[in-house]
Design a protein around this ligand. Structure first.
Ligand code: NCD
Length: 312
């Protein structure tokens, strides 16, 4: 594996390998000294053209725990605002000796473009491209599901995962859908008709407009953020109406399976897609997702930059 661009193109063997390495790396994080010397002298650039809190910090923490040097690039305040192209930025990063580039960009396909033009020879990790994919989020979600509901090994065969909300604009939903399919889980997408993608019939998932009905058999309920910044039009009448029909609120707890878990990639709109009571309840594994994100990103950087799973 040279790049991690999507989960649609990720094999089951590679997905499992990343999760197994993440599992090994997580035990290192319990030691008093959390740092491994593995990537000493390597340079990892965080190239973020879109705002981000947890993904950026998570990649930075992951790289630093492996002793890599991290350069943080934010488009705001850089020459990008003077009109510099992705190609020229890439050439600059190459000249600075970047070994890996973690890229987040508002255009779908930007990470592929960076990887497949011969501008650079660095490994590219897609940290979110437009509405297309966000593979490390899906990997950390699958890793979290496996740790909480399974035996920390193997795939996710037989689990019912319900993904709810703004599917139309969500790269998290897309990356999860592909990966969960690869790992054997059954996926149901729940959204209002206006937030369901048009080509949904060709996706390997069940679809529903009825949240309560879908919650009954769910092992995992994954809530999506309503992405106002990608909405030019009105997709639902009012926030209150959305929260009533598609929000995960306390009153829906009684229809949920007692053992089911609740996930959210963050940032949350509390009171819109998820109530604070649920987000802060025992069912929520949202904080685990953030913790696990560092282990999964360590695993991805480690494997892309040449580490072998049996060296750990
Ligand atoms: C997601 C993203 O940016 O795609 N957030 C994240 O990476 N934790 C989801 C979102 O913004 O809603």
């Amino acid at each position: 594996m040279k790049h991690l661009l999507s989960t649609a193109s990720l094999s089951k063997a590679d997905a499992l390998k990343i999760m197994d390495v993440a599992e090994n790396l997580s035990s290192i994080s319990d030691r008093p000294i959390k740092k491994l010397p593995t990537l000493r002298g390597r340079t990892i650039v965080n190239l973020f053209y879109e705002d981000s809190t947890r993904t950026k910090i998570s990649f930075e923490a992951a790289a630093k725990r492996l002793s890599a040097d991290v350069l943080n690039f934010a488009a705001k305040g850089s020459s990008v605002s003077k009109g510099e192209s992705l190609k020229d930025t890439a050439l600059t990063l190459k000249a600075m000796g970047a070994d890996a580039i973690v890229v987040r960009h508002p255009s779908s396909g930007a990470a592929n473009q960076l990887a497949h033009h011969n501008w650079i020879d660095a490994n590219v990790v897609n940290a979110g491209d437009g509405t297309h994919e966000h593979p490390t989020q899906a990997l950390l979600d699958a890793f979290t599901i496996r740790r909480v509901l399974k035996n920390s090994s193997g795939d996710l065969t037989g689990l019912n995962v319900v993904i709810v909300g703004d599917v139309l604009h969500s790269r998290v939903a897309r990356s999860n859908l592909w990966l969960l399919n690869t790992l054997g889980a059954k996926v149901t997408l729940v959204a209002p008709p206006t937030l369901m993608p048009r080509n949904i019939e060709s996706w390997p998932a069940e679809t529903s407009f009825d949240l309560d009905e879908s919650l009954v058999n769910a092992d995992v309920v994954m809530m999506l953020r309503v992405q106002q910044e990608r909405m030019q039009d009105a997709y639902f009448p009012t926030v209150r109406e959305y929260a009533n029909r598609y929000g995960l609120t306390q009153k829906r707890l009684h229809v949920m399976n007692a053992k089911s878990i609740v996930m959210h990639p963050g940032p949350m709109n509390r009171g819109v897609e998820i109530s604070s009571q649920i987000a802060d309840s025992d069912k929520s594994v949202i904080v685990n997702q953030v913790q696990n994100g560092v282990f999964v990103r360590m695993a991805v950087l480690y494997l892309l930059l040449g580490g072998q799973s049996d060296d750990l």
